[in-house]
Design a protein around this ligand. Structure first.
Ligand code: KG4
Ligand code: ZN
Length: 349
């Protein structure tokens, strides 16, 4: 089965073609096209929904055409599209385009939850950054989704049988990187900028709080951390004529990155142990963070050596059409195009 995946939930306009069947437990990436309005958003320090949607209207057809042209296939068997969660204007661009294509070319349409898309990026197996390239994702599995809008821990008993274990009560992990990046005067998005600055910083200089680390659940909270970092920034500025030094920025970045990673890994491994999972799957833009990957692999090996880690390639961690097409393979359920609607608040079932 060949599936065209369309993703427009935030600032990317993305389309990709995936080939595979549910029984193979993996899918193959045939093409992957993307157009990002990130440059426009970095000028304003964040996403302006209206601008994002206008850009997506311009690029959606060329991006889909590119995804098709980059393969030697003439047609696909179905169209998978992100229906939520996300920005309503952006979602509508993808959803209405998918519905039109499904109607005109008489193709089945598969509505996909963006959060499942991040999980299913891990099933694009030959492209995965897995510890052992021969290994296969086995259930039960824990998925940690860490993006700009979400931080969720999900237990997967099998395809289609999932249980949400917990998530953020306030800011998402990526949001914390983005907001603190702005406080530090770094470019948007904050995650990659903080990762770069952190490579030269001292991760032991500041001791930031780890909210909810000892809570009896699998919830996260990052807004208190943001406040603590803000207070530290004010103190440093006061001592230096209102300015942060390069060293301050690097040290705060290193300490913040370490704190967020420690929290994410602690809760993920706690869930993995409790549910005795065979696999841990990472997904979402923050999964592109090299230190997070290294620490997760190291700690898992040390604490639960029989559990396998799966991490998508960097370009499949941030939003893309391939993950939507991949989820479409495993959640193939034909829905009449008239019944597909965008749902910005869509969450886990
Ligand atoms: O999954 P994604 O592309 O979009 C959403 O669904 O939100 O995630 C974007 C988020 C942003 O908050 C960005 O700062 C963060 O992922 N991010 C990173 C890195 N690359 C992207 N955070 C930490 N380290 C990175 N290398
Ligand atoms: Zn995302």
């Amino acid at each position: 089965m060949k599936i065209l995946g369309i993703e427009t939930s935030c600032d990317e306009t993305a389309a990709a073609i995936i080939e595979g069947g549910k029984s193979d437990n993996k899918v193959t990436l045939l093409s992957n096209a993307i157009s990002s309005s990130l440059v426009l958003h970095s000028q304003t320090g964040g996403i302006i929904p209206e601008i994002a949607a206008r850009e997506q209207v311009k690029f959606i057809i060329p991006v889909i055409e590119k995804a098709l042209k980059d393969t030697d296939i003439k047609t696909v068997d179905a169209i998978a599209v992100t229906v939520g969660p996300g920005l309503i204007g952006s979602l509508l661009v993808g959803v209405e385009t998918a519905k039109t294509l499904a109607y005109v070319f008489n193709k089945p349409i598969i509505p996909v939850n963006h959060l499942f898309g991040h999980i299913y990026a891990n099933f694009i197996s030959e492209k995965s950054e897995i510890r052992n390239p021969k290994s296969e994702i086995k259930f039960p599995a824990i998925a940690l989704i860490v993006s700009g809008g979400h931080t969720d821990l999900v237990l997967m008993k099998r395809h289609g049988k999932t249980k949400w274990l917990g998530g953020t009560r306030d800011d998402a992990a990526g949001e914390a990187f983005d907001k603190i990046g702005r406080l530090l005067g770094l470019p948007y998005p904050g995650g990659p900028a903080i990762e770069r600055a952190a490579t030269l910083g001292n991760p032991k200089r500041f001791n930031f709080p780890k909210p909810l680390i000892d809570s009896n659940d699998f919830d996260f909270s990052f807004s208190g951390l943001k406040t603590a970092v803000f207070r530290e920034i004010l103190k440093l500025r006061e001592n230096n004529n209102g300015k942060l030094t390069q060293k301050d920025i690097q040290d705060i970045s290193a300490c913040l990155q370490k704190t967020i990673i420690d929290i994410l890994i602690y809760k993920t491994l706690k869930a993995a142990k409790k549910y005795k999972v065979k696999s841990i799957l990472l997904g979402g833009g923050v999964a592109a963070n090299q230190k997070l990957k290294e620490e997760l692999i190291f700690n898992t090996k040390y604490q639960i050596p029989n559990t396998e880690i799966f991490i998508p390639q960097k370009f499949l961690c941030t939003d893309n059409g391939a993950m939507i097409a991949a989820a479409g393979v495993f959640y193939f359920k034909e829905v009449q195009w008239q019944k597909i609607t965008a749902d910005p608040e869509l969450y886990f079932d």
